[in-house]
Design a protein around this ligand. Structure first.
Ligand SMILES: [Zn+2]
Length: 157
């Protein structure tokens, strides 16, 4: 099976996007560590690859995957990826155990959520909107917290 690095460097849009979505959903240090060390190379090898995209440019998702790698490198909590992308569905994040939905407005196409990261306790106001596809805008309350600091206190909020 090709590694994510090989997929990023393949020049094949389908393989690059496969690697992108693997990275975006990933919280596995074993997968992320090699991406941190090769990040500058991945940036240059993916430059100019035509990724397409119907509603949102897929290059946006590539940029976001690189942000996920940078956040991991910099020791930021996983939840700090949320404000950088409109693709994180609070309900799916809750199903994965990544976030807890504390309250919502009246459910509908357009609604809001109050969510908390299950790792560091960071609270977010999430706005859900619908424009061809459903999107979610995550806005953190207060200051950024570091994953390592959260680990030091046993992950308590
Ligand atoms: Zn967090």
């Amino acid at each position: 099976m090709p590694t994510l690095i090989e997929d990023y460097e393949s020049g094949d849009p389908r393989r690059v996007l496969h690697a992108v979505w693997q990275t975006i959903g990933c919280r596995d240090p074993e997968l992320l560590k090699p991406l941190v060390t090769t990040l500058p190379r991945l940036r240059s090898r993916t430059e100019g690859v035509e990724l397409g995209g119907m509603i949102y440019l897929n290059s946006t998702h590539l940029d976001h995957a690189f942000r996920v790698i940078e956040n991991y490198r910099d020791g930021l909590c996983w939840c700090m990826a949320y404000p950088d992308s409109l693709t994180y569905d609070p309900r799916k994040e809750q199903d994965r155990g990544h976030a807890e939905i504390r309250s919502t407005s009246t459910p509908g196409w357009e609604m809001t959520y109050e969510c908390a990261c299950t790792v560091c306790g960071q609270v977010f106001d999430v706005e859900q909107g619908d424009h061809h596809v459903t999107w979610w805008r995550w806005v953190p309350r207060g200051l950024k917290r570091r994953r390592s600091a959260a680990a030091d206190v046993g992950g308590a909020a």
